[in-house]
Design a protein around this ligand. Sequence first.
Ligand SMILES: NC(=O)c1ccc[n+]([C@@H]2O[C@H](COP(=O)([O-])OP(=O)(O)OC[C@H]3O[C@@H](n4cnc5c(N)ncnc54)[C@H](OP(=O)(O)O)[C@@H]3O)[C@@H](O)[C@H]2O)c1
Length: 200
Amino acid sequence: MRVLHVGATGVIGKAVAEALGSRHEVVRVGNTRGDYQVDIASKDSIERLYQAVGSFDAVIATAGSARFGDIGKLSDDDFRSSLANKLMGQINLVRCGVAHIRDGGSFTLTSGLFGREPASGTAALSLVNAALEGFVRAAALDMPRGTRINVVAPPWVAETLAAMGRDPSRGMPAARVALAYVQSLEGTRNGAVFDARVFA
Ligand SMILES: NC(=O)c1ccc[n+]([C@@H]2O[C@H](COP(=O)([O-])OP(=O)(O)OC[C@H]3O[C@@H](n4cnc5c(N)ncnc54)[C@H](OP(=O)(O)O)[C@@H]3O)[C@@H](O)[C@H]2O)c1
């Protein structure tokens, strides 16, 4: 399959590319790196990406940021940015991409466990993750031409915790998180929320 992978240059993205191996042709898309660049917060940028890359069988998105912060400290801009980037960025990858994806293709988005297992300081992030999962469950019912859509919910990634100076043993190695993306791409599920811990 020809896979358009947005976020391929990130921590989870690199592990997904490794897990896909040579079974698929992966087009690596980043914000500043990769074969192509896109800003998912801009619908125009997404449209330009789809025009540039040609046809493909699948989109994997391991991109999108949302802001951490105590509910009393999160600003309007924190909410606006979280919704525009991680939430609408991925939703617009799907809305714009359905016109370009081949019959029977798939979209795999990324949420996060905070959507269902929140912690203090994650109100904006939990909002975005839960919304993504709701979007995927419902959008799956409308997907045209045999196309599918799923979302992967990773827990804390060990490499990310290490980079933050925190205990990596409290997270899951990116290579194990990547297995859920492979399952979404190569399997037949539609409308599924893949808890990455189940596939590890
Ligand atoms: N890491 C974790 O512990 C963890 C846990 C749960 C959920 N998640 C979610 O998993 C996703 C990936 O996380 P990660 O840790 O792998 O992130 P990361 O290492 O920071 O990588 C982010 C990736 O997204 C790209 N990117 C950044 N801003 C973008 C934009 N505006 N438009 C398009 N692409 C953009 C980056 O491209 P460049 O390299 O070119 O900048 C890079 O490929 C995020 O949605 C995150 O919320 C992560």
